[in-house]
Each structure stands twice: as C-alpha cells, then as structure tokens.
Ligand binder design. Structure first.
Ligand SMILES: CCCCC/C=C\C/C=C\CCCCCCCC(=O)SCCNC(=O)CCNC(=O)[C@H](O)C(C)(C)COP(=O)(O)OP(=O)(O)OC[C@H]1O[C@@H](n2cnc3c(N)ncnc32)[C@H](O)[C@@H]1OP(=O)(O)O
Ligand SMILES: CCCCCCCC/C=C\CCCCCCCC(=O)OC[C@@H](O)COP(=O)(O)O
Length: 443
C-alpha cells in the first residue's frame, strides 16, 4: 500500500457511473486511458467499478505519484480534461475540494452531443451502456465557464513553471490569471453555497467597515463628537445593506413605537446581522447597550462610540451594573431610548436564552416602559454550522409596551418573566410563519 504524503484533499462525487474512472489495485485513481492522474485514494474511498451511482471518492493530491511538482490546481484541470468536472461545489484551501457531477438522468439526456476537441479525452467503451461517457458538460455549468476555468488553470500552471525562467512570460500569464478571477468568482458564487456563505460574511464585515469610514467624519460634522443623534447618520448609511445581502424585512406593530419619551427596547439576538433589522426600526434618540469588546472593532468600534453606544464589561457584573445605573440617569436627563439584547449574547438555537436582569433594572430605575421587539428565526436562510447564507425574509414584530411605573427592584424578576414569555411566544409565532428562504440553490 502506498504511503500517503501530505498534499491536497479533494472530494469527487460523480453522481453517475464513471467509465473514465477506475480504481487500480494500489488504490490510485486512474483513467481508463491508463493515464494516471496522480490521485492517491485514501482509505475512506468508497469508489469502485461496482459502485456506480453515486460514486464518491475522497482522494489525496500527493506528490508521490505522477505529476510530482504540479500545482494542486492542476488537479482540477486534469479533471476538466477528462470530463470529470461538472460543477464545483466547494473549493477551499486546504480543506477538501469537492467536485460534483450531474445526475444520471441529465447525463443520459446529454449523450451524443459533441465534446470540444480541446477537451477530448480518451474514452473507454466496455460495452456497458451505463459506461458511455456523457458527451458534453453539464447543462448547469456553461461550457464557456469551464473553458475560462481551464484557461485559468493553464495560466496558473504556466505562471508557476515559467516564473523562474522568463519574467516576461510570467507577467503576461499573471495578467491572464487576473482576468479570469472575476468569472471564477462568479462560478464559485453560483455553484458553491459554502463559498457564498463565506463571501457574504466577509463582504458584510468589509462593507460595514467601509461604511464606518464614511460615518466617522459625517458623525463628527453632525455632532462634533459622541452623540446619540449620530445614530441617524449610521441608520441612513446602513439601511441599504440588506439589499446587498438579499434580505428583506417585514415589520409589524409600528404603532407601538409611537411612545413618547425614554423607553427600553429589548430584542432577541441571533447574529451581527441583527444590526440590519435594528436599523430598520430604530427610533430617534435611541442607542444600544453593547459588550465593551465592540469598541475595538476598528472603524465600526469608533462609529459605535460616536453613536453613543453604552459599553459594558460582561465579565465584571459590578462594573456593568454601575454603567447601567448611570445609563438610566442619562436616559432621563437626555431623553434617550436604549436598546438592550437581554440574552446577553448571540443565540441561534431556535429558542430564546434566559434573559439577563440588567435591561429590567434599567427600565425600573428610569421608570421607563419596555418595548419588546422580536426578530423571527434566521434558520430559514442563515445557518452558521451548515455554512448556508441564502437570501431570505426576516419578520420583526414590535410588541405593545410594558409599563414599569411604580415598579421597584422587587418587581424585576416578574417583569423579566412577563417580557420573556411574551417574546418567546411571539418568536415562535413569527418564526413559524416566516416564508422559506427565497435563495435556495440547486446544485
Ligand atoms: C455606517 C457605519 C456602520 C458601522 C456600524 C454599524 C453598526 C453600529 C451601530 C449599531 C450597532 C450596535 C449593535 C450592538 C449590538 C451589541 C450586542 C451586544 O453586545 S450583546 C452583549 C451585551 N449586552 C448584554 O450583556 C445585555 C445586558 N446585560 C445585562 O443586562 C446583565 O444583566 C449584566 C448587567 C451584564 C450582568 O449580567 P450577569 O451575567 O452578571 O447576570 P444577571 O443578569 O443575572 O445579573 C447578576 C446580578 O446583578 C443584578 N443586576 C444586573 N443588572 C443590574 C442593574 N442594572 N442594577 C442592579 N442590579 C443589577 C441582577 O439582579 C443579579 O442579581 P440577583 O440575582 O441578586 O437579582
Ligand atoms: C480590527 C478589526 C476587527 C474586526 C471586527 C469586525 C467587526 C464587525 C464588523 C461589522 C459588523 C457590523 C455590526 C457590528 C455589530 C455587531 C454586534 C454584535 O453582534 O456583537 C456580538 C455581541 O452582541 C455578542 O457577542 P457574543 O455572541 O457574546 O460573542
């Protein structure tokens, strides 16, 4: 048995019988044209000639066979040349590369269509109809995309091999590589939900950081420093971000926000995406209570500070309590509303976490009403563990205010229970009725 050297992992799910693939006795993956692709198959391999539908292979791109010094991306090019690339499902470095081939029915439909000469590969016919090589690429991966992909891979390879010898050739091929990046990116966005997940998350953070760069001077111009009025600037800058991420908000209960004077808004907290919903309904003169770590979030942190966000140290209850007691005073003095996430942390477990007591102490201390706002579950479009970030609809339900007039610290526990129960049933209700993701993707 061959010793596997460190290299690149890849996954291949061919989905149909794969006449061009066969397992050799040594466990390496070869084409029927006896061209060794240099893939060493690991012990988890479930591929065999008998395994027909679906065939999945967990392979290893090592350096102990065949294409010894080749760029790992060349693996993809080989697969392309041998008609094995159908759609790229996931592509991460150095995590598994996954290639997925079309369903058998599609393959059958496509038999008989001609293959581009450049991509032609040795075909094997053992007389078994199932073994016929589907003669074109999958309908869901346009050929021009695959051509670009192959072009990119060739260019990458050329760059690798020529850079040490001819600088001129290397720089021109590098340009080729650069030009093929955008379509490649599009291909990945279109075919890999994992890639979409990371792309959207990175885009969100990067875009918010850029917006914050813009927000800082605008806030300074508006108020000359830290001021709750800066939240208007932040709100108007953030409002479009939902469109970029494919999110839609449906808000109900607007009338409950028509309350005059200071109040405390409490809402459930699923993700940093909550900021988008928060900005949808944020009333004037309203700022938030946030963990102190947020102040170190670069330009976003500075913007939060300028927006008058009250930072608390969750690890030091006594400090947090005194900051919140101070905030209750400011609420009254400056007629400010405060938004608190009483779960105290992000939670996407399909239910609410038990509430912390601070928000209720705050409301009682300021004798200000509490307005609960419930965000429907994100689980129909955003799943952190499963790496899914589709487009979707979020329902925001603004509940009637809960008065705290005449309440004392003794009432905090019952106030908390009442608020929790109201929000929990509203959460279950809006999450049940939320439309399914409108961004589901077919692979
Ligand atoms: C265009 C530019 C764009 C860029 C910028 C984009 C956006 C920026 C703008 C806006 C975005 C802002 C978004 C901010 C989101 C931030 C979300 C968060 O950070 S969530 C995390 C922080 N929040 C919280 O923690 C919630 C508040 N926490 C609490 O209220 C807690 O109670 C606590 C005060 C931290 C204490 O917590 P602890 O774990 O100790 O538990 P308890 O709640 O059980 O309390 C213990 C004990 O203390 C008593 N207590 C609590 N609070 C008070 C109080 N205020 N006064 C008196 N006593 C208090 C409580 O009763 C308990 O005692 P006992 O058990 O005896 O009753
Ligand atoms: C130096 C750069 C550092 C980069 C940091 C990136 C900052 C994020 C950038 C853009 C996102 C904009 C929204 C910011 C508001 C997010 C608030 C948030 O969600 O904080 C989490 C907090 O409620 C609970 O934290 P935990 O769940 O306990 O953990």
């Amino acid at each position: 048995m061959m010793v596997q050297e460190p290299g690149w992992e890849f996954g291949l799910d061919t989905g149909v019988s794969t006449p061009t693939l066969a397992m050799s006795a040594t466990g390496s993956l070869v084409t029927t044209g006896s061209q060794d692709l240099g893939f060493n198959v690991s012990s988890e391999t479930r591929c065999s000639r008998q395994d027909r539908v679906p065939v999945s292979v967990l392979g290893h791109w090592g350096s102990n066979r065949g294409q010894r010094d080749e760029h790992p991306l060349l693996a993809l090019q080989h697969l392309y040349q041998h008609h094995l690339v159908w759609s790229i499902q996931g592509w991460t470095r150095p995590a598994p590369l996954s290639f997925q081939r079309n369903q058998q029915c599609e393959a059958q439909q496509m038999r008989g269509t001609s293959i581009p000469a450049a991509a032609a590969a040795p075909q094997h016919d053992d007389g078994d109809d199932d073994d016929a090589i589907p003669a074109t690429f999958s309908r869901d991966v346009p050929r021009w995309f695959l051509c670009l992909l192959a072009h990119f891979l060739s260019a990458t390879n050329t760059t690798t091999t020529t850079s040490s010898t001819t600088t001129g050739t290397s720089s021109s091929t590098r340009m080729d590589v650069l030009w093929t990046i955008p379509p490649l990116l599009l291909l990945l966005l279109w075919s890999s939900s994992t890639f979409v997940f990371y792309f959207k998350k990175c885009f969100y953070v990067a875009w918010m950081m850029c917006l914050a760069v813009l927000a800082i001077p605008l806030c300074l111009l508006k108020s000359g420093g830290r001021d709750v009025e800066n939240m208007r600037v932040i709100r108007s800058l953030v409002r479009h971000v939902k469109h970029l991420l494919g999110l839609r908000f449906e808000v109900s209960g607007w009338e409950h926000l028509q309350t005059k004077g200071p109040y405390v808004i409490i809402s459930n907290h699923q993700s940093s995406l909550d900021v988008l919903g928060l900005m949808e309904v944020l009333p004037d003169r309203c700022t938030m209570i946030a963990k102190k770590e947020l102040i170190y979030a670069g330009t976003v942190g500075i913007t939060c500070w300028l927006g008058g966000i009250v930072f608390i140290n969750r690890k030091k209850t006594s400090d947090a309590k005194s900051v919140m007691a101070e905030a209750a005073k400011t609420m009254l003095d400056d007629q400010i509303r405060l938004w608190v996430f009483p779960e105290g942390t992000r939670n996407q477990r399909g239910d609410l976490l038990p509430f912390k007591k601070g928000a209720f102490h705050l409301a009682v201390a300021a004798q200000a009403p509490i307005i609960p706002i419930v965000f429907s579950s994100y689980s129909n479009f955003y799943l952190r563990k499963e790496k899914q970030f589709n487009s979707g609809t979020i329902r925001l339900k603004i509940l009637p205010k809960i008065d705290t007039k005449g309440m004392t610290t003794e009432d905090v526990a019952s106030l908390l229970d009442k608020s929790f129960n109201l929000m929990r049933s509203a959460f279950l209700e809006v999450s049940d009725s939320v439309p399914q993701s409108n961004g589901t993707r077919c692979h």
